[in-house]
Design a binder for this molecule. Structure first.
Ligand SMILES: [Zn+2]
Length: 177
């Protein structure tokens, strides 16, 4: 995916942008041009990724930190207006070994999508319906060695190549401990 955005994807689209059909993204494989307004929380998240920082939002009432950031706390429904940087390390919550690509081509080396609970993010409560962790993929690992509970670290794109997208993190890889 390439982009030709004016500033970064977290920037709100104006009425004029909509009227003019502003294109923020071009998907190379699908030849699809599109734009989207990310909103306040995800906009901050994407802008953070461009700087190499994973942001969560913090509720001072519940003392919960969630990632990606939300503008309203899902526990107490108060505004979550404070953004906090999280470490780019965490634990594999669940994963899959995927032997087909997104367009159903067979591959011999599996892609490994995984849900990763970042260090510093709050764990789930019994009342929450939200999955813990962010969805990304694992690499630099023997597929047979991947385990739930494995400690991992983000591998980032070089700063000059970041676009304000979750793909600014290339993948997560195991931490040797
Ligand atoms: Zn709260």
């Amino acid at each position: 995916m390439t982009s030709r955005f004016k500033s970064f994807p977290g920037t709100s689209l104006s009425e004029e942008d909509f009227a003019q059909g502003e294109v923020l993204f071009v998907h190379d494989a699908l030849k699809a041009e599109y734009a989207r307004d990310t909103g306040v929380g995800i906009g901050a998240y994407l802008a953070g990724l461009r700087r190499g920082v994973i942001l969560g939002s913090y509720c001072s009432h519940c003392r919960k930190t969630v990632v990606p950031p939300r503008v309203v706390c899902e526990w107490c429904f108060r505004p979550m207006s404070e953004y906090v940087p999280l470490r780019d390390t965490g634990v594999v919550n669940t994963f899959s070994l995927c032997y087909v690509t997104w367009d159903v081509q067979r591959i011999s080396q599996p892609e490994i999508p995984a849900v990763i609970v970042l260090d510093g993010a709050s764990t789930l409560s019994e009342t929450s319906v939200v999955m813990g962790g962010i969805l990304h993929k694992l690499s630099e690992v023997d597929p047979k060695a991947v385990r739930i509970g494995m400690r991992v670290r983000a591998v980032w794109k070089p700063p000059e190549e970041r676009q304000g997208a979750i793909t600014d993190i290339l993948y997560f890889k195991p931490i040797e401990e």
